[in-house]
Design a binder for this molecule. Structure first.
Ligand code: PBG
Ligand code: ZN
Length: 322
């Protein structure tokens, strides 16, 4: 009954037919470009472990947002790299902090671009943890009001989307409530719902200077061995008022992404993180893989696993190829 009646190769013989039966498409509409913003003017600092990625001052960030928008990229996500860090990360929620100022400048200059703001304390705390410490441990409940203040500060500056990445329990509810109170009910909340304690954040921590001074993040980020727990995290964040959910990192967690896609009917984002970017850049630089083919295959796999949106440092070059 099968061969020679069935010959699956028939549909693969020409590019025209491959194109017609292709199940997954990568589009510029799916891409979000992460940007690191620092104080100063005319500053563009390369990040060693992330070739082609920079820490930029606000003026240069605005110019980069303009280029991204011109390429058709619908959104950017901002990470602040402040000059000043302290135990409670106060630059994260200062109304005139680096991220609110960047949001206002981008909002004014680049219409139509979706501006996302990462909400976390680790880039702003001197100890490098995602929350405030008490007795050497990250204090979940004491961190919540600070995250809510940061989200409100970004929303008031004009962010379209706030994206908490700290993994404190209850932060989505705290942020959603604070946005309502601040008369910012329209602000979209994308929670990093399933964020793993991953080795693939290394280059990001160099970029943001956010490596914990002591200890690690395994007390709040998820254990890489767990998938069912991700479904529980997503369910809780949706109950608390998230509009979109994220799985992070992407590549070592494609199974988690597929299960989240299967179980929930909300848009799902995946973060193709710094270590994933660095790994591919390094292999391509040595000529060990072909950059363009490997990048497109990788991002397609993230879409195929179920992501609607992909946060990726490759966004601009991919937009040029598509
Ligand atoms: C902050 C944050 C991190 C990333 C996004 N938001 C780092 C971390 O949790 O240590 C990682 C992004 C990347 O690696 O590209 N909480
Ligand atoms: Zn953090």
């Amino acid at each position: 009954m099968s061969f020679p009646t069935h010959r699956p190769r028939r549909l693969r013989r020409t590019e025209t037919h491959r194109r017609m039966v292709r199940e997954t498409r990568l589009s510029v509409d799916d891409l979000i470009l992460p940007l690191f913003v620092r104080p100063g003017e005319g500053v563009e600092e390369p990040i060693e472990a992330m070739p082609g990625v920079f820490r930029r001052s606000i003026d240069r960030t605005v110019a980069e947002c303009r280029r991204a928008a011109d390429l058709g990229i619908p959104g950017v996500i901002l990470f602040g790299v402040p000059d000043r860090k302290d135990p409670t990360g106060s630059e994260a929620y200062a109304a005139d902090g680096i991220v609110p100022r960047a949001i206002r400048a981008i909002r004014e200059e680049v219409g139509g671009l979706s501006i996302w703001a990462d909400v976390c304390l680790c880039e702003y705390t001197d100890h490098g943890h995602c929350g405030v410490l008490s007795g050497g441990a990250v204090d979940n409940d004491a961190t919540l009001p600070l995250l809510a203040r940061a989200a409100v500060a970004y929303a008031e500056a004009g962010a379209d989307v706030v994206a908490p990445s700290d993994m404190m329990d209850g932060r989505v509810a705290a942020i959603r409530r604070a946005l309502e109170t601040a008369d910012r009910a329209d602000t979209i909340l994308c929670s990093y719902a399933a964020k793993y304690a991953s080795a693939y954040y290394g280059p990001f921590r160099e970029a943001a200077g956010s490596t914990p001074r002591e200890g690690d993040r395994r007390g709040y980020q998820m254990d890489p061995a767990n998938a069912r727990e991700a479904l529980r995290e997503v369910a809780l964040d949706l109950e608390e008022g998230a509009d979109l959910v994220m799985v992070k990192p992407a590549l070592a967690y494609l199974d988690v992404l597929a299960r989240v896609r299967d179980r929930f009917d909300v848009p799902v984002a995946a973060y193709n993180v710094s270590g994933e970017y660095a790994m591919l850049c390094a292999a391509a630089e040595r000529g060990w893989v072909e950059r363009r083919a490997a990048v497109l295959e990788t991002l397609t796999s993230i879409r195929r696993a179920g992501a609607d949106l992909i946060l990726t440092y490759f966004a601009k070059e991919v937009a040029e190829w598509l």
